[in-house]
Design a protein around this ligand. Structure first.
Ligand SMILES: *Cc1c(COP(=O)(O)O)cnc(C)c1O
Length: 359
């Protein structure tokens, strides 16, 4: 078996130790006589797995008691609707910041439910910047402010947390667990699992409890955060295998030293990849220095005619999924928690060799 280095933006690399545990437990989970996938979600065994996953996540992120943790389905994209349905609370306006493709999708969905005030946008800079907060045009009757701390496609990330008077809502799909965060600064945080949490099919919501209970009467039960909280995320069948695997990832992160240790490692990984790009005359990254993503590193080659060869040779060298998003082209290396420093070193060595032969 040869496992390659995987730089996929999502579904993304998972820690090898987690996959090994899942393999070892696949046919029979902890002497239970069956696989975790075949177990009732209401069995004491599975309920314990789900509770432990929540506990480990609470420990990793130091989630305060007055926040509910919800394990849902539908991906981050479903939360684009769930956010207004749960948080408008009788108001008819919300503020959004537009920093890229995922912001735009959240805005498009928000528009189905309310007036959207785009308080700031970096579209003019082709989403290579984060608009400074003193330029934002906030409305005085917004129910919440929504933003995207890390734009997975553009590779642009906030190095700061916005300060607003309304609940702050963050789509953290591609940045969550990459470093510690101050959860108490947020009204709600959501994330699809398939970047830094676990396999696809699971969606995480962390919401301040005082914001629950105000959902629109037309809000489907499946999108109602209060319903999920009241039922310990088991209003219907949760994605049991994905939740089990996420729990293994959380415990793996705790074993690695938690999120401060991950932040150090992630800064080192991103630092050396950006340095390799900046120090070459051949590769380039368009994002302003202060807003470069720790997790998603887009880069272009001096001659786009070489893109295909680069990708072919990278794949032959065991470096997978480096093609940039179809909307921006070029390359993108996603270097989530489960992508080792060794993987980043191998990518840099390949890039330097490719430049020498083709630059
Ligand atoms: C991947 C991603 C999404 C979409 O996630 P799904 O789970 O596929 O709906 C939304 N926002 C961001 C920032 C993402 O990276």
């Amino acid at each position: 078996m040869t496992r390659c280095y995987n730089f996929c933006a999502g579904p993304a690399a998972l820690p090898e130790a987690v996959l090994e545990t899942a393999r070892d437990e696949m046919l029979e989970w902890h002497g239970a006589g069956l696989s975790i996938m075949e177990m009732s979600h209401r069995s004491p065994e599975f309920v314990a797995v789900a509770e432990r996953a929540e506990q480990s996540l609470r420990e990793l992120l130091a989630i305060p008691e007055d926040y509910a943790v919800l394990f849902l389905q539908g991906g981050a994209s479903t939360q684009f609707s769930a956010v207004p349905l749960n948080l408008l609370a009788g108001k008819n306006k919300a503020d959004y910041v537009n920093t890229g493709q995922w912001s735009k999708k959240a805005i498009a969905e928000g528009l189905r439910y309310c007036q959207v005030n785009v308080a700031a946008s970096s579209e003019e800079s082709k989403f290579s910047t984060i608009p400074a907060q003193d330029t934002w045009q906030l409305s005085d009757d917004a129910a919440y402010l929504h933003y995207t701390p890390n734009e997975t496609i553009g590779g642009v990330e906030y190095a700061w947390i916005p300060q607003v008077d309304v609940p702050l809502v963050a789509d953290m799909s591609s940045t969550i667990l990459s470093r510690p965060i101050e959860v108490s600064e947020f009204g709600a945080i959501y994330a699809g699992a398939q970047k830094n949490i676990g396999p696809a099919g699971l969606t995480l919501v962390i919401v301040r409890r005082d914001l629950l209970g105000a959902a629109d009467t037309k809000c489907p039960a499946m999108l109602n955060w209060e319903t999920a909280a009241d039922n310990d995320s088991m209003y219907n069948t949760p994605p049991t295998f994905a939740l089990y695997l996420a729990g293994l990832v959380f415990d793996w992160l705790l074993d690695q030293g938690g999120l401060s240790a991950m932040e150090q490692l992630n800064r080192r990984k991103a630092g050396k990849l950006y340095a390799a790009i900046d120090n070459s005359g051949f590769y380039a990254n368009p994002v302003e220095l202060a807003s470069r993503s720790l997790m998603n590193v887009p880069f272009t080659l001096a001659d786009a005619g070489l893109d295909k060869l680069f990708l072919q040779e990278a794949e032959a060298a065991g470096l997978l999924n480096l093609k940039g998003h179809r909307s921006v082209g070029g390359m993108r290396a996603s270097i989530y928690n489960a992508v080792s420093e060794g993987a980043v070193d191998a990518l840099i060595a390949f890039m330097q060799d490719f430049e020498q032969r083709n630059g």
